[in-house]
Design a protein around this ligand. Structure first.
Ligand code: G
Ligand code: G
Ligand code: MN
Ligand code: NA
Length: 250
């Protein structure tokens, strides 16, 4: 109850801030963009990870406002960055039950001056389950504006092939659990392989999450993943550190 009240106040106070996780092209090693991850800069408790507040935000319905607030800060920061960089945001299942969600994103793009084609929305299959028709309609509106769609956490949970057909995804992201486990677990490696083949068949690029070392990067590349994300490329960083990283890159 105390934490809920604190979280409710934290959103308008700008305490929920974006961190940026690098995403790279495995063929060239080039940076292709960032996934935005929320952090709570709590005045007493310090920096809190999503596990400490996202479940509460989902339970209380605060997640929609929280996600939009983080997206807004991320787009304001990233609009001046290299225009080739794609910014990916996470969307909670209940946000796809809001008939106005697409309009809210489009309004945010207009307000921040961020090009629709540089924004990617990551959704999990869980978000498609309850109401596929509504999700399709919302995501279709966004795609019409040029927003990209990624299927997030693929391989965790259902991983239905039907969803890949029902919606035109621009990218599949393999759940990090399989990538992290593949070194010691042949079945995890087989799942990564299977998802990479699926992407090939549907002509959808596949990004491996949880790439933590060079050996794993080499393996996911050999299996046909085209993108990588993970601690090998550095920990998610705040706006200032990310800005410096981009400056030093030139
Ligand atoms: O940074 P970390 O690995 O702890 O993030 C865990 C998860 O928290 C992410 O994979 C994502 O699903 C969720 N998450 C992080 N930021 C946001 C956000 O702004 N909105 C939503 N809906 N989920 C987020
Ligand atoms: O929930 P979602 O998959 O969207 O968020 C990705 C999460 O995975 C982030 O919280 C991020 O911190 C975490 N992550 C990304 N790469 C790695 C990695 O190499 N190792 C570990 N342990 N976690 C990672
Ligand atoms: Mn994600
Ligand atoms: Na994921």
């Amino acid at each position: 109850k105390v934490l809920e009240a604190e979280l409710r106040a934290a959103i308008p106070h700008g305490e929920i801030v974006p961190y940026f996780a690098q995403q790279v092209d495995l063929a060239t090693g080039d940076l292709t963009g960032f996934e935005v991850l929320a952090r709570w800069q709590h005045p007493q408790r310090g920096l809190l990870e999503p596990a400490a507040f996202i479940p509460l935000a989902e339970k209380t319905g605060l997640i929609a406002d929280l996600s939009l607030a983080v997206t807004r800060l991320a787009l304001l920061a990233a609009r001046d960055w290299d225009p080739a960089l794609v910014i990916s945001i996470n969307i909670a299942p209940r946000q796809l039950k809001d008939a106005w969600f697409a309009q809210k994103i489009i309004k945010l793009l207009a307000e921040t001056g961020f090009p629709a084609g540089r924004l990617e929305i990551e959704i999990t299959e869980r978000a498609l389950f309850d109401n596929l028709a509504m999700a399709q309609s919302i995501l279709g509106s966004l795609k019409n504006q040029g927003v990209r769609l990624a299927l997030d956490d693929f391989g965790k949970g259902y991983s239905g092939i039907a969803h890949l057909r029902a919606l035109e995804f621009d990218r599949i992201k393999i759940d990090r659990s399989h990538v992290l486990a593949m070194r010691d677990d042949p079945e995890s490696a087989a799942i990564v392989n299977a998802v990479a083949r699926l992407g090939e068949c549907f002509n959808v690029p596949v990004t491996a999450e949880g790439v933590a070392d060079a050996a794993t990067e080499e393996r996911v590349r050999a299996l046909g993943c085209t993108g990588g994300q993970g601690y090998l490329y550095g920990r998610p960083a705040d706006v200032a550190v990310t800005r410096r990283l981009l400056f030093d890159r030139r």
